[in-house]
Design a protein around this ligand. Structure first.
Ligand SMILES: *[C@@H]1O[C@H](CO)[C@@H](O)[C@H](O)[C@H]1NC(C)=O
Ligand SMILES: *[C@@H]1O[C@H](CO)[C@@H](O)[C@H](O)[C@H]1NC(C)=O
Ligand SMILES: *[C@@H]1O[C@H](CO)[C@@H](O)[C@H](O)[C@H]1NC(C)=O
Ligand SMILES: *[C@@H]1O[C@H](CO)[C@@H](O)[C@H](O)[C@H]1NC(C)=O
Ligand SMILES: *[C@@H]1O[C@H](CO)[C@@H](O)[C@H](O)[C@H]1NC(C)=O
Ligand SMILES: *[C@@H]1O[C@H](CO)[C@@H](O)[C@H](O)[C@H]1NC(C)=O
Ligand SMILES: *[C@@H]1O[C@H](CO)[C@@H](O)[C@H](O)[C@H]1NC(C)=O
Length: 332
């Protein structure tokens, strides 16, 4: 008798547990779904589209399912969330292949970190023009080609940009975000002069090496007019566009050269003036002591004007020049 009752009890207990589980499951889920409907589908759709365009050793199709974010958590591999928004997407060394569309991340506007390091992605780099929070952009060791988009230099909070080990070509945009502390474009096909922005100039040589056409500081290769890229483009361009291309190169070197000359002149002048002025100060001081002696003699001779003349003398001591007229005459 006890045996059949026990299963019944267990069943009823099970039912209760099932109801509780259902309650716990359904309530947060319905809440979650309503929230998802409010503002998440756009981000989920963007990730699903990405999932469909990329191949990988990890099967994204089977692991990226359901909502990507539940409050601050994600069950999706490589995804982190904050307040239902995707803030981080990190898929490193998983043999991702395929190419990204320019607007692949357009609707993932809360991204703080994106890393696809060490994969096999190819094609041009995507657009990050509406990513106010993006701090880490790590796309190194792939097969990306084409230019570095100019608007990378406008990602406002960018802290780390790693794009080494790709096939990027063209010139480096004038990155100058004060936030940018880590930067690497080595081992690409970049060319031309490294822009002279303080931020780019603060990075070491190893951030730029391995780009055969790249020149200018901080690299040791100087950008000479005889560099292969300029003469090849200059002759065919000069007949059609006589103004901009040819004069543009010499003036930029002209002012810098004349500046160098002026710098040398200034240094020479300073080198001769400094000892001279030291001598002058010395003689003035000497002259003043001599004068003081004569003032002392005047004092002995008597008069009520002494304090004021003494004060003037003391003032003159701080600034040798104004009172040194007679002293100068004496030296001469
Ligand atoms: C971004 O979201 C909008 C809806 O807000 C949609 O119309 C658009 O197609 C999405 N774009 C991309 C690239 O996912
Ligand atoms: C992914 O791989 C499969 C077979 O390995 C191939 O048919 C498909 O075209 C690939 N897709 C992409 C986006 O590379
Ligand atoms: C997510 O985390 C942030 C900071 O860690 C916190 O302020 C916020 O309340 C959390 N949101 C949820 C839905 O738990
Ligand atoms: C790159 O990824 C491969 C797997 O695809 C892994 O074996 C290798 O160690 C990774 N390299 C680095 C430098 O992380
Ligand atoms: C990047 O996106 C912005 C705004 O979404 C757009 O104005 C710009 O043309 C895009 N650039 C490219 C290269 O797609
Ligand atoms: C960059 O490479 C592509 C081919 O991958 C080529 O079409 C383009 O002209 C190159 N751009 C520059 C500036 O060399
Ligand atoms: C840049 O990447 C290269 C590898 O391509 C590495 O050797 C170098 O140390 C890196 N430099 C910096 C500043 O991160």
């Amino acid at each position: 008798m006890q045996l059949p009752e026990a299963p019944q009890k267990i069943v009823s207990d099970r039912d209760r547990v099932m109801w509780l589980v259902l309650l716990f499951l359904v309530f947060p889920l319905s809440q979650g779904i309503s929230n998802v409907d409010d503002f998440l589908p756009v981000e989920r759709d963007a990730l699903i589209e990405l999932r469909e365009t990329l191949n990988s050793t990890i099967n994204l199709h089977s692991i990226w399912t359901g909502p990507p974010c539940i409050k601050n958590h994600s069950r999706w591999f490589g995804i982190n969330c904050l307040n239902w928004h995707v803030t981080s997407l990190v898929l490193e060394g998983v043999q991702l292949s395929g190419s990204l569309k320019p607007d692949s991340f357009k609707n993932l506007t809360a991204l703080r970190r994106l890393s696809f390091k060490n994969n096999s992605l190819f094609g041009t780099l995507p657009n990050f023009s509406n990513h106010p929070y993006l701090q880490f952009l790590q796309l190194s060791d792939n097969q990306f080609s084409g230019p570095i988009p100019g608007n990378f230099a406008e990602i406002p909070q960018l802290f780390e940009l790693q794009m080494e080990g790709n096939s990027l070509n063209g010139t480096i945009p004038p990155f100058n975000q004060r936030t940018l502390k880590i930067f690497n474009v080595s081992n690409n096909l970049l060319e031309g002069q490294i822009p002279g922005t303080p931020v780019l100039q603060s990075f070491p040589v190893s951030s730029f090496v391995g780009n055969p056409g790249l020149c200018g500081k901080p690299l040791y290769e100087t950008c000479t007019p005889s560099a292969p890229t300029i003469p090849i483009t200059a002759p065919p361009l000069s007949p059609s566009l006589p103004g901009p291309p040819t004069p543009f190169v010499p003036p930029s070197e002209g002012p810098s050269k004349s500046f160098e000359v002026w710098g040398i002149v200034l240094i020479v002048v300073a080198a001769t003036l400094v000892p001279l002025s030291v001598m002058l100060v010395f003689f003035c001081y000497y002259g003043r002591i001599y004068r003081k002696k004569s003032y002392g003699e005047e004092q002995e001779n008597g008069g009520s004007l002494k304090p004021s003349t003494r004060a003037a003398n003391k003032q003159g001591h701080g600034q040798p020049r104004p009172g040194s007229g007679p002293d100068l005459d004496r030296i001469m």
